[in-house]
Design a protein around this ligand. Structure first.
Ligand code: ZN
Length: 537
């Protein structure tokens, strides 16, 4: 599983280095980074207003991408030319008509929405006032493979559960990621009779400080229209609680949040117990219909049989739009997240123009609504525009972060399928090492579009620039996440490394070509947890 760290026997390393040198000398260079940056400049320009799903800005971005795909000679493979329309419902909390309070001994202590907590509109919250007892359920996870059950032995019928985001340290990354998805989490909570959830972000693994998380709390969230997409049916109330104010929840329980956070920091087992306070809450939401689209383009394969199979390169084009100003800037440009990835996809698509095509077809799937919870890719995976069994792999690009010279690539899903091995070879050809995710607590494996494909049985990987723990690069990445991730400063004024981006594109192109040219379809590893989703197994 992915806990295994990448081991690199030295003789093998020498051989790879030799191969890399040879390749670098003889290999064709397809990318310089300049055309990539020109695409990023268009997509992340202020006039595209942060490319929110359903917005005019995203429509402009999509028209640009379609234009580039046409220039590259790709074939339309959507349901309406290059487009695959997708319908959404958007939900917005009306805080002035909503409230939440902690009740203890008949006294109500109102919560300040934004400071103490906010309503999560990812679920279709009940319009009725709700009062229920609270139970702290540790990480709130049920992981049968680990014989781990935070819900066992607790009376949770009609209760609201409070949990700390994260998982115990001995949980393999893949299991940890999978069981923390909204869908899986709610499945076990619902079965236990739970009616609502209060999530406390783990202070030890928060990407974004609370002050910035809470800024976007009234921003509309979206869901796919269609019964097949309702993942939280029965969830009446959902709050996210500020860890800095979380002692309020634990008052009178015999435990403190300080104690919980200290255990959670090292992912130690957590106690589970009823809380002394109840919650009374009432949420008012405004809903409306939104339409957007995925873009699907095909580079036809060159082999008469294999061309009927597809290697997907996915990237999301949407970002979070216009939001609360930070330092006077309200446009969340999403230059690295993920104009950069969409730009790389366009560049890679164009690189096969007037070149022999790989044997399998390559399907460029440029999705919308990733920022709304992987919704565009979820829709595509559920309603693919090519036969679902013909999709052999997904390689996803999302926020690959060419902000340092490229030395090591972090491969999400490295140990799950032989795509991890192929990615290692492709990187080695350009003198780049690979590593498993050194920050499994960030749950990145389920936080981008590859996960939609994985749930449909398709072996998938996502590649990002990485860093060696303790290196100066680590500080660069940490700073980027804290300051620029999902902030207006992820814009065109930030420093980027174009040469890194170009090498990244070469590696991705090589990886796609290898997958497309290898006779055997990619396979899940026999011990991969995600193998269970593969059809017919
Ligand atoms: Zn994002």
């Amino acid at each position: 599983m992915t806990h295994r760290r990448f081991a690199f026997p030295s003789i093998f390393a020498a051989l790879v280095l030799l191969a890399a040198t040879t390749f670098a000398q003889t290999g064709v260079k397809h990318f310089s980074g300049d055309a990539w940056w020109a695409h990023v400049q268009f997509l992340a320009g202020d006039n595209l207003e942060g490319r929110e799903t359903g917005s005019e800005g995203l429509r402009k971005a999509q028209a640009y991408v379609v234009d580039q795909f046409k220039k590259a000679g790709l074939e339309p493979a959507g349901t309406d030319g290059f487009y695959q329309p997708v319908k959404f419902v958007s939900r917005e909390i009306v805080e002035s008509e909503s409230s939440a309070a902690l009740i203890s001994g008949g006294n109500a202590q109102p919560l300040v929405l934004g400071d103490d907590a906010y309503f999560s509109t990812r679920a279709n919250l009940s319009p009725d006032a709700i009062t229920a007892k609270l139970v702290f359920v540790g990480y709130g996870l049920k992981i049968p493979e680990q014989n781990f059950d935070d819900l066992a032995g607790l009376d949770l019928k009609g209760k609201i559960v409070v949990y700390l985001a994260g998982s115990p340290a001995d949980t393999p990354t893949a299991l940890s990621a999978h069981y923390q998805t909204g869908l899986e989490r709610w499945k076990s909570l619902k079965a236990a009779g739970v009616i609502g959830t209060i999530a406390i972000p783990n202070p030890a693994s928060m990407d974004i400080p609370w002050s910035r998380i809470t800024l976007s709390r009234t921003h509309p969230s979206m869901d796919l229209v269609g019964k097949e997409f309702d993942e939280t049916e029965g969830l009446k109330l959902s709050l996210v609680f500020n860890p800095a104010n979380a002692e309020k929840l634990f008052a009178g329980s015999g435990h403190t949040f300080a104690e919980i956070a200290a255990l959670g920091k090292d992912r130690k087992p957590l106690p589970r117990f009823p809380l002394a306070v109840s919650l009374k809450a009432h949420a008012t939401m405004k809903t409306k219909s939104v339409e957007s689209a995925n873009l699907i383009a095909k580079l036809p394969g060159s082999d008469s049989t294999l061309k009927n199979e597809y290697v997907v390169l996915s990237a999301h084009l949407d970002h979070v739009g216009i939001g609360e100003p930070i330092n006077g800037d309200k446009i969340y440009n999403g230059a690295m997240d993920n104009a950069a990835g969409s730009a790389a996809a366009m560049e890679i698509a164009a690189s096969w123009k007037d070149q022999p095509h790989p044997k399998r077809s390559i399907l460029f799937v440029i999705v919308c609504a990733e920022e709304k919870g992987l919704l565009g890719s979820k829709y595509f995976a559920e309603h693919p525009t090519v036969p679902s069994k013909s999709i052999v792999a997904d390689v996803n690009i999302d926020m690959f972060l060419p902000i340092v010279p490229i030395k090591v690539l972090k491969v999400q899903g490295i140990g799950e399928s032989n795509l991890g091995d192929l990615a290692k070879d492709a990187a080695a050809a350009y003198g780049v090492r690979v590593q498993a995710d050194p920050q499994p607590l960030r749950n990145a494996f389920i936080r981008s579009d590859q996960y939609s494909f994985i749930r449909h049985g398709v072996p998938s990987v996502k590649l990002d620039l990485g860093f060696d723990p303790g290196s100066p690069d680590e500080a660069v990445f940490k700073e980027w996440l804290t300051v620029r991730y999902h902030a207006p400063s992820d814009d065109l004024s930030q420093p980027v490394d174009k040469a890194s981006a170009a090498t990244y594109e070469e590696i991705l192109r090589q990886l796609l070509a290898t997958i497309a040219d290898t006779e055997a379809r990619p396979q899940w590893k026999s011990d991969s947890f995600f193998r269970r989703f593969a059809k017919g197994e």
